[in-house]
Design a protein around this ligand. Structure first.
Ligand SMILES: [Zn+2]
Length: 60
């Protein structure tokens, strides 16, 4: 498995600092192909929700 810092959180493609941007919302890198796309927004939301599940409550 690759380091999370070298993987686009949207498409899981391998990236480098030169080919990626840090998504400030989830603090994870995103590749240029996914950056600014609806897909990015969708996965961003999923990541936030999964984080919230872990941190906030087990009430669902
Ligand atoms: Zn990507």
């Amino acid at each position: 498995m690759g380091n999370i810092k070298n993987t686009c959180f949207v498409c899981k493609k391998e990236i480098t600092q030169e080919t990626s941007v840090l998504n400030q919302v989830v603090n994870m890198p995103v590749c240029m192909d996914c950056y600014g796309t609806d897909n990015e927004k969708r996965v961003e939301k999923e990541v936030l929700e999964s984080l919230a599940d872990g941190f906030v409550c087990g009430c669902i």
